[in-house]
Design a protein around this ligand. Structure first.
Ligand SMILES: [Zn+2]
Length: 257
């Protein structure tokens, strides 16, 4: 049914184009291409022609980076316990308003050698905000979290959902931030079951990879116990593969063997 609908759409589009002059056709196709490029830029975190985004490191070595978004929450303590047990380091993109509610977990993550990044204050989608609103989100997030980790002198920001805009890119340049995308997500936020999360993670986990996980849920405090259970499997299997779980500054800044 979908194929038939697509074929019909393509056929009617081709017919409409055939009625236009060559210049109108070129203008139309150019418009479609530019619109497509714009959508990809805004909604695809890893696509950034401005070079302001960290995605992955493609080089030999055994380092992988776990990153956790949307905390600190009631589940962050269990995540920190597991990381400590496995001598693994990670990067936490905390939300300012949650950091204010659980400052002891922010301090613990920092003291235990994990890297802290900014995820904004209230999980507002930054691509929809004007410059003043973006600055306010970043500043309030940074104030609540405290000192942020840096890669090559720039602080780390993960935009909610990874959505971006030209205004955001401009502000990140001014304020010395990297946008931090991810090389693989496993949709743990949909709670598909701990086994599914672990299986997806182990399929995509490769040296140089930034894996996206969640110790919170947007601005709310949903159940993340599946992610916690999956993390045990991920850490154990990763160790068997000889992987070293490092922070993003360690992944990007330390030369690889
Ligand atoms: Zn988020």
């Amino acid at each position: 049914m979908l194929v038939l609908a697509l074929l019909l759409t393509a056929a009617s589009l081709a017919y409409a184009l055939a009625q236009l002059s060559i210049w109108a056709t070129i203008a139309f196709l150019l418009g479609v291409a530019l619109g497509g490029l714009w959508l990809v830029f805004v909604y695809l975190p890893a696509f950034d022609p401005f070079g302001m985004t960290l995605v992955r490191v493609a080089m030999p070595g055994n380092r992988v980076a776990l990153s956790f978004d949307d905390g600190p929450s009631a589940h962050t303590e269990a995540v920190l316990d597991l990381l400590a047990t496995h001598q693994a380091k990670a990067t936490f993109f905390f939300l300012g308003q949650k950091a204010n509610a659980r400052p002891e977990l922010v301090a613990r993550a920092r003291n235990e050698g994990h890297a802290l990044g900014n995820h904004g204050f209230s999980h507002r989608k930054l691509h929809r905000l004007n410059a003043a609103e973006i600055r306010a989100e970043l500043e309030a997030g940074a104030t609540a979290i405290g000192e942020l980790a840096t890669v090559r002198g720039r602080r780390l920001l993960r935009a909610p959902h990874g959505f971006k805009s030209l205004t955001l890119i401009k502000i990140l340049k001014q304020q010395g931030y990297w946008l931090t995308a991810w090389s693989a997500g496993v949709w743990d936020s949909d709670c598909p079951g701990a086994e599914v999360i672990a299986k997806r993670a182990l399929k995509v986990l490769k040296p140089g990879c930034i894996l996206l996980l969640h110790d919170g849920a947007g601005a709310t405090d949903a159940d993340r116990s599946q992610t916690v259970v999956a993390l045990t499997t991920i850490l154990e299997a990763g160790k068997q593969r000889g992987y070293q779980f490092v922070t993003l500054p360690e992944l990007f800044d330390i030369p690889h063997a």
